[in-house]
Design a protein around this ligand. Structure first.
Ligand code: BES
Ligand code: MN
Ligand code: MN
Length: 462
């Protein structure tokens, strides 16, 4: 398909400008202050799907933010690709660390992106990657090369747990019927070495609250005589890992699938430089579970991390006080076979059991989801690999990612179809961080590669 290369070259400025317009709308799903912006973004996505050539588009209301649905059905006897993506983004904070405002996209060159990258919240996760699919559809419609049916389902609650999407999928089996689900919401190894994500971790996210006295106390008058909830919380959290960085919650590892030495040797073949990894993060060393290397610790092993912790006095100067309460937000990344609801229960049971007398503990589960692994001998995987091989000149490497897209396991359960994760982001793109960006090279390469996936998927399905 030389045509697609030419089409991308001819229209790239418009492709970039359209994405920039979409990135200007602050669709932060976690913060209700942005709710109108989230809804406006759904409208903008709907509009873009119509313009790109969908025959039917609609905004589907849900108990939460709307889902944008679009389709182009050319022949019911041909295969159907269902594209999933999300138009919501993470909160931009801490604002002061952005070198340009998060919702005023600008193109800047970086060492890794000499052609330039678009800096904005959501540039890579996931507006930029989602929009590659819209532009790939535009190309296929304009050039009469769409070889099968296509459906789009773009949601606005991915960053807060996809609650309404689960609700929607359960109620719309027929509408969403497909032969393969295609998602670009992950990464690849580098711009020279594409990879296909074959696994995602599951997730259990909880919030804990430790309460001591019924009010804040003078730390001189009461200090030493009552439990300090912040001291206790710190102690409790510290006890969740042992000296080998194993998680101490009883039963936590019971269902963890141990990979064979062969599988681990296979994983170790993916190019990785520990030195570069440390340098990129200004670390003097890495840290993690004993017995595993970095690329295993962040993909095939479960983890427990505090995402936020607060309580007591945080203002200027010193205030002598024992706070009444202390809080933390804790996430556990899970591997396939670990059930997130079971793990949440184990956490609640254990965390309440280790609370000493003198405090009370409340645990509130937020959201979660199952992990996912996909085989590499499916038609979908092969088609994706053929597409990457053609546009990058080298085959893709299968990689299990540490991130989570909980809805993928639910798709398999509800819609009985496999998901192919064709990600074009890089780990250095700073998703969820200040200065998130998406390489122009990656954006255009994605638009170029996607139509080839359709082509090969249909060929291999025959
Ligand atoms: N796109 C990410 C997940 C991701 C990124 C997977 C890179 C693999 C590689 C997604 O938007 C995300 O951030 N997911 C959340 C989970 C969700 C339930 C909030 C995550 O992984 O923290
Ligand atoms: Mn995402
Ligand atoms: Mn995300």
């Amino acid at each position: 398909m030389e045509d697609i290369k030419a089409y991308v070259q001819q229209h790239k400025d418009r492709f970039i400008n359209e994405l920039i317009e979409l990135l200007k709308i602050p669709s932060v799903s976690a913060d209700t202050a942005y709710s109108q912006d989230v809804i406006d973004t759904a409208d903008a996505v709907k509009e873009s799907l119509s313009k790109a050539g969908c025959d039917f588009v609609e905004i589907c209301d849900t108990p939460g933010y709307p889902i944008v649905y679009g389709e182009k059905i050319i022949d019911p006897n041909l295969p159907t690709v269902l594209v999933y993506g999300h138009y919501d983004v993470q909160p931009p904070d801490p604002m002061e660390l952005w070198t340009s405002p998060p919702f005023e996209p600008v193109i800047k060159k970086t060492e890794i992106h000499p052609e330039g990258a678009i800096f904005a919240r959501g540039a890579c996760d996931d507006k930029g990657q989602m929009y590659m699919h819209v532009k790939a559809l535009e190309y296929m419609v304009q050039n009469n090369t769409l070889p099968c049916n296509v459906k789009f389902m773009i949601e606005g609650e991915e960053e807060v747990g996809s609650k309404s999407l689960g609700w929607f999928v359960e109620r719309n089996h027929e509408k969403l019927k497909n032969d393969v689900i295609l998602i670009s919401d992950t990464g690849m190894i580098s711009n020279q070495q594409p990879s296909i994500t074959t696994g995602l971790r599951g997730l259990s996210y909880v919030e804990v609250e430790v309460t001591g006295p019924n009010r804040d106390l003078h730390s001189g008058l009461y200090g030493g005589a009552v439990a300090n909830p912040i001291n206790i919380l710190a102690k409790m959290i510290a006890s969740l890992h042992d000296e080998n960085n194993h998680i101490t919650i009883p039963g936590f590892y019971d269902k963890v699938e141990e990979l064979s030495l062969e599988e681990r040797a296979e994983m170790a073949k993916a190019p990785f430089s520990l030195e570069k990894y440390k340098k990129a993060l200004d670390l003097n060393d890495v840290y993690g579970e004993k017995g595993y290397v970095t690329n295993e610790r962040n993909s095939i092993r479960p983890t427990l991390d505090v995402n936020g912790i607060w309580g007591g006095y945080q203002g200027e100067g010193a205030k002598t006080v024992i706070a009444s309460k202390a809080f933390a937000k804790i996430s556990m990344r899970l591997v396939p076979n670990q059930d997130w609801e079971e793990i949440t229960e184990l956490f609640v049971k254990h965390f309440t059991s280790i609370a000493p007398a003198g405090v009370t503990v409340k645990v509130t589960p937020h959201h979660g989801g199952q992990g996912y692994v996909t085989p590499i001998d499916s038609i979908g995987y092969k088609a994706a690999n053929m597409a990457y091989t053609e546009t990058f000149g080298v085959p893709a490497i299968p990689v299990r990612s540490g991130g989570s897209i909980p809805i993928v396991a639910l798709f398999e359960k509800e819609l009985k179809s496999k998901t192919i994760l064709m990600g074009f982001g890089l780990d250095s793109d700073a998703i969820h961080s200040p200065n998130e960006h998406f390489g122009i090279f990656n954006y255009l390469k994605g638009i170029e590669t996607i139509p080839l996936f359709y082509k090969y998927f249909v060929e291999l399905s025959k």
